[in-house]
Design a protein around this ligand. Structure first.
Ligand SMILES: Nc1ncnc2c1ncn2[C@@H]1O[C@H](COP(=O)(O)OP(=O)(O)OP(=O)(O)O)[C@@H](O)[C@H]1O
Length: 616
């Protein structure tokens, strides 16, 4: 981004992520004849799409083509780049500016199997010599070919840098041996796969449960029932909702699952997008700062009001209001804050909106004025927390675990202070060529470093959940999004031939889903079982059709694998929560201090602590 900002002839204002792009497309599409109000229509998997007539497809394709061209226009009119544009632009800039080539001696890349050809070019041209390039990747997890990933990058690297040393990381520390065996049985049927001898020293554990149900709803209900059993009383002391993930192949499976969870009052969250689990208060703060830095950032505005309207408890700013504001901004060719101001200044006569938007406008303007005076980000955060009465509201809303969230706020302030103190400057600063003399630099710097440094900066968005009460929740998400993550208990519904058939990429998706599980794995299907499972050699000794019988010995073994206290070490079967959870005396501050006395942890002293952090 910085390369493009600095060297591109036209200075670009902002970068759209997936959600902002989607919103933009919706704004453009709204009002068009034939534009489907149900956005999911565009996400229909072609293999599932037999419900659409060919005429309807034709019509949708035409609408998509015209939206697409208008979309490109909107992007260029507003100086917006997409992520793809950024990469292409950066490669192009590097090609034309020699001093940018071969700039780094060492580059380390994770998830290398997900890189596109352009990304590889980007890496290659930035390197002094091939010796400095280290990549980590798993060809068995190559599941983003449809999004441009190119597995031939492994070969390209070997050709471009003939001295490349290849090291196989074959030891698995994550899963039980039984889970690893079943995952290997699935993936090793891929005849073109680069062979790997995966092994683990972990316990054997339970065979994954493979259950045939009569319908999709029955699959969901079976899994919900099993979750209920595992969370209480069977494994209730060891597991909570956060330990369970239900990984689906497509979002269309979510509905049945959510219904089944609701029926049993099991708290859940459905995660979509690339953003990752991050406390809502932090999302809110970051979104607010992003919006202050760039009022063109539609995504930031959406996030800001999604998590909590700033300026107190001003309710009533929902997606519809935002939608109208963005549409108006697009129509007038101004940013959304300008529209908000016009509404608040009565240029647009929408009294209901005015009332709700006024506190938001005031706060953003206040922060913007501070930003223009180059007030550091830590102080902006402090001001925001104070001004929105965030800590007190957290305490009221979530008396049981509000302190956990406030600690995250402290960490955020600490992080901002680190940047302001210049810690790690030698690494960070060369990456940013933003002019330090222009107004607003400290905030821009903070936001850019935050996005790069923190996995939560670009991390999974809680699209909707059963409540914002901080209670542990079962996660429902797609296997694609689950890549890189892990849970003690993983459930994979819909493993039938319709969703997982001969395509090798789908086999790898299933492999990714299997390998997210640490200790217990459940696989269900209601139509013909996927061939990826039915053709596993020795299937009968890889899976069981029963659910695991978690006796004390089994629970102790599992606890050990998960690094949790074993039975008898501070908790008993039936305890509400394990002691390693977020209880008094167990959680560490990022600073390394352990807070033992939570009674001393109050809203007042949090504010003074934040202040002393900023002074220190
Ligand atoms: N040397 C080790 N000793 C103990 N545990 C380890 C070790 N290396 C990794 N682990 C644990 O194994 C799990 C998986 O590790 P990690 O996420 O680094 O693997 P990965 O190869 O990136 O996995 P994937 O790509 O499948 O997501 C983590 O829980 C991690 O803490």
């Amino acid at each position: 981004m910085e390369l493009v900002r600095r060297y591109s002839q036209s200075i670009r204002q902002t970068v759209f992520d997936e959600e902002a792009m989607w919103l933009c497309v919706r704004v453009i599409g709204a009002g068009r004849k034939g534009y489907p109000p149900d956005e999911s229509v565009y996400e229909v998997d072609p293999k599932d799409s037999c419900d659409f007539s060919s005429e309807r497809f034709e019509q949708l394709a035409q609408i998509a083509a015209s939206i697409s061209s208008e979309y490109r226009d909107v992007l260029s009119r507003n100086n917006v780049l997409t992520f793809d544009d950024l990469i292409k632009g950066a490669v192009e800039i590097q090609r034309t500016i020699p001093e940018l080539q071969r700039q780094y001696e060492h580059i380390v890349t994770d998830e290398y199997q997900d890189t596109s050809r352009t990304q590889y070019e980007f890496l290659r041209t930035r390197l002094g010599s091939g010796q400095g390039l280290t990549v980590v990747g798993d060809p068995d997890q190559y599941i983003y070919e449809w999004a441009g990933a190119d597995i031939r990058n492994f070969e390209r690297m070997r050709q471009d840098f003939p001295d490349t040393i290849q090291i196989a990381l074959e030891k698995n520390y994550r899963s039980t041996a039984s889970i690893l065996r079943s995952a290997t049985a699935v993936i090793s049927q891929d005849k073109n796969r680069i062979p790997k001898a995966l092994y683990t020293d972990n316990i054997d554990g339970f065979l994954p449960t493979l259950s045939t149900r009569i319908s999709v709803a029955d699959e969901a209900s079976f899994l919900a029932q099993e979750i209920e059993r595992l969370l209480t009383p069977v494994g209730g002391s060891l597991f909570n909702g956060n330990d369970v993930a239900i990984l689906v192949r497509s979002r269309h499976q979510v509905h049945e699952i959510v219904e089944a969870l609701k029926e049993r009052n099991i708290p859940y969250r459905v995660l979509t997008n690339r953003e990752c689990v991050e406390p809502e208060q932090i999302k809110h703060i970051i979104a607010c700062l992003r919006y202050v830095a760039n009022p063109y950032d539609a995504n930031a505005l959406t996030d800001m009001v999604k998590f909590d309207a700033p300026g107190g408890r001003s309710k009533g700013i929902g997606p519809k209001t935002i939608f109208v504001i963005l549409q108006e901004a697009e129509r007038c060719g101004v940013h959304s804050l300008e529209v908000i101001k016009r509404i608040c200044n009565k240029d647009f006569n929408i009294p209901r909106f005015r009332h709700n938007l006024y506190p938001l406008m005031e706060l953003v303007e206040e922060l913007h004025r501070m930003t223009m005076r180059n007030i550091p980000a830590s102080e902006l955060i402090f001001h925001l927390v104070q001004r929105t009465d965030l800590v007190n509201r957290l305490q009221e809303d979530d008396p049981r675990s509000w302190y956990r969230h406030t600690r995250k706020i402290e960490s955020l302030v600490e992080f901002a202070c680190c940047i302001e103190d210049g810690k790690g400057d030698h690494v960070i600063r060369p990456l940013f060529r933003d002019n330090p003399d222009t107004a607003g630099y400290p905030l821009r710097m903070f936001l850019q470093v935050y996005a790069l440094a923190s996995p939560v900066g670009s991390a999974i968005r809680a699209e909707w959940s059963s409540g914002n009460d901080g209670a542990p929740k079962v996660t429902v998400m797609t296997s694609h999004l689950a890549k890189g993550l892990e849970w003690p208990i993983v459930m994979i519904p819909g493993v039938n031939n319709k969703r997982f058939f001969k395509d090798e990429e789908l086999r790898r998706v299933l492999y990714v889903a299997f390998t997210r599980a640490q200790t217990l794995l459940f696989v269900t299907h209601s139509q013909t079982q996927s061939e990826f499972i039915s053709k596993c050699p020795n299937k009968q000794i890889l899976f069981q059709d029963k659910v695991p019988d978690l006796d004390d010995a089994a629970l102790s073994e599992i606890a050990q694998l998960l690094g949790r206290a074993a039975l008898g070490e501070g908790w008993e079967r039936g305890d509400e929560q394990r002691p390693s959870d977020d209880h008094e005396g167990y959680r560490r501050f990022t600073s390394g201090r352990v807070i033992r006395n939570l009674s001393a942890f109050t809203a007042e002293n949090l504010m003074s602590r934040l202040q002393s952090k900023m002074k220190g």
